[in-house]
Design a binder for this molecule. Structure first.
Ligand SMILES: [Zn+2]
Length: 310
């Protein structure tokens, strides 16, 4: 589904007006002022080329150009958040399909918990990097067209995938077709209404050549509903790594570094002292992140969907 470029109405919420945000020469978003949805304009050849390059980088290394490498503890925080959600919603031994399993850490956890897991991965390279026990469970191909059995899954997980796909409506419709009635869909994606995006504006950590869209909770729920899903829960978790990435981006801006040339170059291997400081910062920021999450301003939107029975 694409935003209509030549009207002043958003085709997700029907509202408007639409405005544009220029992130850099090769990256422009059309933003709906009513629902907050951001869609890449892709109006020039340079913009389309930047998207293709960023997408192929994702498929080779599993990283988008907005990604900053942070320590294990911070990445583990997001993983634990997913695990808490799956524990809450999934029945024992449920058949779960993960779209784009990335490093495979969540899939590995599900496998060890006794869930019947399958995966679909567009990149042969990323599939080959998965732990050996998981590789045979992963189909290589595009999720929307891969030969997967219909009406068989108890749940489909799509974590930080939907912002990359050209047709998110087809993505959601396919997930619905694969699940049994009453089956669940779990979607996570960056939040256009996050405090991080409000703070940095066009320098938002969510704006990346590989992200065709940045959804708001409203625009994502609208699209899920239009695809035939029942929306049962919407949350916006606030993870510490998003604050570290926002701080790193802010630092680059203050230093006046060229955003194009330095995209994705900020990462670090922290010293022991730094690791302790990070843990303290995580602990101290908990109340703020809790409020941030409650206000709908967390860095990601996590939505739980149900396949309606009629
Ligand atoms: Zn809208």
């Amino acid at each position: 589904m694409e935003l209509e470029r030549d009207t002043q109405h958003c085709d997700l919420c029907g509202g408007g007006p639409l405005s544009t945000v220029d992130v850099r020469r090769t990256l422009r978003y059309v933003v709906c002022r009513a629902c907050g949805h951001c869609a890449q304009a892709l109006s020039s050849a340079a913009q389309r080329e930047a998207f293709s390059e960023a997408q192929s980088r994702c498929y080779n290394s599993g990283e988008s150009d907005a990604q900053v490498h942070f320590p294990e503890a911070l990445e583990g925080e997001t993983l634990n958040c997913r695990i808490r959600m799956l524990r809450k919603w999934l029945a024992p031994a449920a058949h779960v399909l993960e779209i784009g399993p990335g490093s495979g850490r969540l899939m590995q956890w599900m496998f060890e918990q006794g869930f019947k897991v399958s995966g679909v991965e567009e990149s042969q390279n990323l599939r080959d990097l998965l732990p050996a026990a998981l590789r045979s469970l992963v189909t290589v191909g595009e999720f929307e067209s891969a030969p997967l059995p219909l009406n068989t899954m108890d749940a489909v997980c799509s974590f930080h995938v939907i912002e990359h796909v050209p047709d998110p409506m087809a993505h959601l419709a396919r997930a619905l077709a694969l699940t049994k009635p009453n089956g669940l869909g779990f979607i996570a994606t960056p939040n256009a209404r996050s405090w991080h995006q409000r703070l940095l504006g066009s320098h938002s950590i969510h704006f990346s050549a590989a992200h065709l869209r940045v959804f708001s909770a409203k625009s994502l729920a609208t699209l899920c509903h239009a695809a035939g899903w029942e929306v049962v829960a919407v949350t916006t978790p606030a993870h510490s790594n998003a604050w570290f990435r926002t701080a790193a981006k802010g630092l680059r801006l203050l230093k006046g570094e060229d955003q194009d040339a330095t995209a994705g170059r900020y990462g670090f291997q922290p010293s022991r002292r730094m690791r302790v400081a990070i843990q303290v910062a995580r602990f101290l920021s908990l109340p703020v992140r809790w409020i941030q999450s409650l206000c709908g301003g967390g860095n990601e939107i996590v939505i739980v969907l149900r396949h309606p029975t009629k």
